[in-house]
Design a protein around this ligand. Structure first.
Ligand SMILES: Cc1ncc(COP(=O)(O)O)c(C=O)c1O
Length: 383
């Protein structure tokens, strides 16, 4: 249990290594892993109880169709209570995961033409778009910008050059931003001037941290504008191995087109059980995660300032993934140096334009491990 927490439990290193989940299982015995987006906390009790019951009942066959498994209704109730967003269940299509959902939506709803991706970007975006036969036009963030904002000029230029879709990530991984209303409206104005479509990946929305509020992009878009929102309980409740993402379409007719994709349905029976339990009963656990992450982001920012004085970091507003600019250390790959010399595995996959010299650090762990991560980065970069 973490200080003052009653529902959130940290797992020991041994438990995490034994879990077989990639974050710890792929790390050598002396390496502290802080890379892929898995949390070190034990899964919320209502979810494990629901899963145990489902296994005992043998719910391991094909899951019921979207409209009968209750996930859409639970998500709609969660979205209404957290963000004041009214979603009719018949607009929600289930899929395996969000990356898979990006491909399904591009295949079924998007016009031909390149896709604009603000970069640095979540790396699988950069591969899945190509898989659908589309080109990517990056809209890079200036790494020296004081605030990580969308590059509206680059987005406008990409749309003028023929792009028809923007893949928005809100809150943004890896920028750590929760976008405010006026920022989203400015983005909307550029997109709608070109009649382009937005695919909004909002998987990190439940992990918006104190001081920021999540505004679903669909709520700022004009009525009838083409917007599809992708999300899943798997990130905020740490169950990414249980496949059940939600594709929130603009209309039931649009949802029917996505359901006609040859890979539909992609969700697993246990994923639907866990997703429902998360949305219906996982709020108190999520609130403790948010309180812990709030403490961890402050601790991390303070320790970075003290022990990694040349590293730069903008305030973390959402997600548990801190975006650390290590360019001032002049290392060819700060992530590889961290692993080789500090024995800490921070994420250093290719993020696209604007991402060089940065690493992404996973803070969904105990404060003790957060401190250890910084100590190990200091061994690697400062000595
Ligand atoms: C922005 C973003 N989208 C999607 C995903 C992956 O979601 P899924 O496992 O549902 O594909 C992640 C995982 O970290 C993510 O950060």
């Amino acid at each position: 249990m973490m200080d003052g927490m009653t529902l959130l439990h940290d797992r020991t290193d041994a438990q995490l290594r034994a879990s077989g989940c990639v974050k710890w299982a792929l790390a050598a015995a002396d390496v502290l892993p802080a890379w892929v987006a898995e949390m070190d906390f034990a899964v919320a009790e209502p979810i494990t109880t629901a899963l145990h019951t489902a296994v005992d009942q043998g719910r391991l066959g094909y899951g019921p169709p979207d409209e009968q498994c209750g996930v859409a209704e639970s998500f709609a109730a969660f979205a209404a209570s957290r963000w004041g967003w009214q979603v009719e269940a018949e607009r929600v299509v289930l899929a395996g995961d969000v990356v898979d959902a990006v491909a399904r939506v591009l295949d079924t709803l998007a016009e031909d033409g390149p896709v604009v991706v603000p970069t640095p970007a979540y790396p699988p975006f950069l591969t899945v778009i190509g898989h659908t036969g589309r080109k990517i036009i990056p809209a890079p963030l200036d790494p020296d910008a004081a605030v990580a904002e969308h590059n509206l000029e680059a987005i406008d230029a990409a749309l003028r050059a023929g792009a028809r879709t923007l893949l928005l990530c809100s809150p943004h991984n890896p920028w750590g931003r929760s976008f405010g209303r006026s920022e989203l409206e400015a983005l909307r104005d550029v997109i709608e001037a070109h009649g382009a479509m937005v695919i909004a990946d909002e998987i990190h929305a439940p992990l918006t941290l104190p001081g920021s509020s999540h505004i679903p992009y669909a709520r700022v878009a004009s009525p009838g504008a083409p917007v599809v929102t992708l999300t899943s309980a798997t990130k905020a409740w740490n169950i990414p191995g249980l496949k059940c993402a939600q594709i929130v379409c603009s209309s039931a007719a649009q949802a029917a087109r996505v359901r006609a994709h040859p890979l539909h349905p992609g969700q697993s029976a246990l994923g639907t059980v866990a997703g429902r339990a998360a949305y219906e009963q996982g709020g108190p656990w999520l609130d403790e995660v948010i309180a812990t992450l709030d403490g961890n982001r402050r601790l991390f920012a303070r320790l970075v300032q003290e022990k990694l004085p040349r590293a730069r970091m903008r305030p973390l507003e959402a997600t548990y993934l801190a975006w650390l600019d290590a360019r001032a250390y002049g290392l060819p790959s700060p992530g590889e140096t961290a692993l080789d010399k500090g024995r800490v595995w921070v994420d250093h996959r290719p993020w696209g334009p604007g991402g060089d010299g940065h690493v992404r650090v996973n803070l969904a762990t105990s404060p003790e491990r957060v401190a250890e991560i910084v100590d190990r980065l200091a061994i690697a970069w400062e000595h």
